[in-house]
Design a protein around this ligand. Structure first.
Ligand code: BDP
Length: 596
């Protein structure tokens, strides 16, 4: 889906601000047609934000089910033949939308955009009532999965199989936008490099357009090439490449009859060859983090201030990449990564397809669950939802030069019966949607090479490992040995696959120092990373290190979490722990040695 962009033929009206919100305590609002009038007992709620931490009300924070957002909106005046759309950057996890009394849109999946054409339902210059019901429930057939169980008091609880708080609400901007009736509705740009020439292959969708023309504009807005037709190949002589640390962007300005749509893009290639990860034909080593969209008070609400600040911290540390663990991030973040030259492993929201990890021991609140892939848990219907989600993500993010890898799941039960059957069609779906980028999934600690059933279908190995934390705690020498042994196993299993460590790190209480570098101290985090990095440096097959996590983040309640997960190199309010400085030294040195 195209991002909203202003142009001579398009206007964008931002609807962010303080909306009305009402909790649907008994989940009866749809039956009772709450959309048909002003909410009876609303409270103020900012958009974008998670609603959970904004107030002091437990009923709202822990609510399972629907909440209702509402506001009045002036319908803009339209030029002849223009269409008016309402567009949501996301609604977590599912939503239904009404304009006055008419339902105009519904969407399932909490991290991707959706929109509706509302032209016929509103009158220019007059106000209409915009109502959005948002449901935070997860089931075995949602991505991510979860399940709701009532306790002995009859109160519903949402259980989920992932280690971050189930924040919900309108996390990203809501916009009205206008465009001509005949308009650009999609564009796909694929670039290659031929000597000093950038080759831009493009395909535009603009149903009903009698003429499509495109111009390539450089970063100074000067035209450097042009073409006509809905698809074509354009050569940009002496192209300035998009590269890690150098986010040079061109714009493909598309004119389809009266519509003008500017699509930024970068000229670059990504590929895996001879066990190396290559960007523009040059070896690339990933330095960075798994992250979360997570902040004080606003939860997962997008915030430009925090976004720019986080990128500043990443740059300060010498990072060149991150993974959108464990869901697609806001479009603003992807645009900014393009602009900053930061390389992204773009992940779906398929986290927690793993009842073995989450159903057992009870440490993470397990309640005893059936096998991961079974008719009553992750089944064919889940796979269909997962597949649709992969397609939606790739449709949204395919033109971002920052995206170097598709990660189709985090820590699924990849050694279990049914895993290969589940994943083979999904990996194929990702390849069909985008034949140009490597595809993989992120492997869980216990799905070691002897158990693994999916890795050979992928282009690379991505590993989350916690030797020295969840196992070999306070025994880093043994952790180091086991880590080496396991890497040897992967090299034997999939000798052509490069390996990226996508998670490793111990929980660390900011401010706790210890002469003996005990677990939970800042000193243990430093020592832990030293051990892992020693190992990585010995293996040319390891082409990246993305530690867990950029910053501390909120999780579900549980006996191994104290106000959240503390594996950040920064605290939740972005203060550096000792490891931030130690790793900075390493990453700046690697940056000098590796050149990006
Ligand atoms: C991995 C998950 C990540 C967790 C992390 C941890 O991928 O979401 O937060 O471990 O335990 O299992 O800190």
């Amino acid at each position: 889906m195209l991002r909203t962009r202003r142009s001579p033929s398009r206007t964008v009206h931002n609807l962010d601000g303080v909306w009305d919100l009402q909790v649907d305590s008994a989940n009866v609002g749809i039956e009772e047609s709450w959309f048909a009038q002003n909410l009876a007992n609303p409270r103020p709620m900012p958009v974008p934000a998670s609603y959970n931490d904004v107030t002091t009300d437990n009923e709202l924070r822990d609510h399972v089910g629907w909440v209702w957002y509402q506001r009045l909106v002036y319908a803009p005046r339209l030029a002849a033949d223009d269409r008016l759309f309402v567009r949501f950057g996301s609604a977590t996890h599912s939503a239904r939308v009404w304009v006055n009394d008419t339902e105009v849109a519904g969407h399932v999946g909490g991290y991707l955009p959706f929109e509706a054409d509302i032209t016929e339902l509103v009158s220019a210059g007059e106000r209409f009532r915009l109502t959005v019901a948002v449901d935070n429930r997860l089931s075995w057939q949602t991505i991510p999965p979860g399940f709701v169980l009532a306790d002995a008091l009859g109160r519903d609880h949402q259980h989920y199989l992932h280690d971050f708080y189930n924040y919900a609400g309108l996390h990203r901007s809501v916009e009205l936008y206008t465009r001509p009736a005949v308009a650009v509705t999609d564009v796909t740009i694929v670039t290659t490099i031929d000597g000093t020439t950038g080759v831009v292959n493009y395909t535009v969708e603009a149903e009903g357009a009698s003429e499509v023309r495109v111009r390539v504009l450089d970063a100074s807005d000067d035209e450097v090439a042009s073409a006509t037709g809905a698809r074509g190949r354009i050569e940009v002589p002496h192209a300035q490449l998009w590269a890690p640390g150098d986010g040079y962007l061109y714009t493909l300005e598309i004119c389809a009859d009266a519509d003008v749509y500017p699509q930024p893009f970068g000229i670059r290639t990504v590929e895996i060859k001879d066990k190396k990860f290559l960007i523009n034909g040059k070896e690339f080593y990933f330095r960075g983090y798994g992250r979360h969209e997570d902040n004080l008070v606003r939860g997962k609400g997008h915030d430009d201030v925090m976004m720019v600040h986080d990128f500043e911290l990443m740059k300060w540390q010498g990072a060149n990449s991150f993974r959108t663990s464990h869901y697609p991030y806001a479009e603003e973040v992807m645009d900014f990564a393009d602009r900053e030259g930061v390389v992204v492993i773009d992940e779906t929201a398929a986290v927690g397809l793993n009842t073995a990890l989450w159903g057992g021991g009870g440490l993470m609140g397990g309640v005893g669950l059936p096998p991961t892939f079974s008719p009553g848990t992750i089944n064919d219907a889940t796979r269909d939802v997962h597949q649709a989600h992969i397609r939606e993500l790739i449709a949204r993010d395919k033109n971002h030069p920052c995206v170097a890898v598709w990660s189709i799941a985090n820590e699924p039960d990849s050694g279990a019966d049914g895993a290969r059957e589940y994943f083979a069609p999904l990996i194929q779906a990702a390849r069909d949607a985008d034949p140009t980028r490597p595809v993989g999934y992120v492997n869980v600690g216990y799905a070691t090479p002897d158990k693994e059933r999916v890795a050979d279908l992928c282009d690379l190995v991505m590993l989350n490992r916690y030797y020295g934390w969840y196992s070999e705690n306070n025994n880093l020498p043994l952790a180091e040995k086991n880590l080496r042994d396991e890497i040897d196993g992967w090299i034997e299993l999939v000798p052509d696959h490069p390996i990226i460590f996508t998670e490793y790190g111990p929980d660390t209480l900011g401010g706790l120092r210890d002469f003996h570098a005990w677990p939970w101290s800042e000193d243990y985090q430093v020592a832990f990373f030293e051990a892992y990095h020693r190992v990585f440096d010995d293996y040319p097959q390891v082409v990246g290190e993305q530690m867990w996590n950029f910053a501390d983040f909120q999780t579900n309640a549980g006996i191994i979490r104290v106000d959240g997960n503390k594996k950040g190199m920064f605290t939740r309010d972005r203060k550096p722990k000792a490891a931030a400085f130690a790793v900075r030294e390493r990453w700046l040195r690697l940056r000098d040695e590796q050149g990006s």
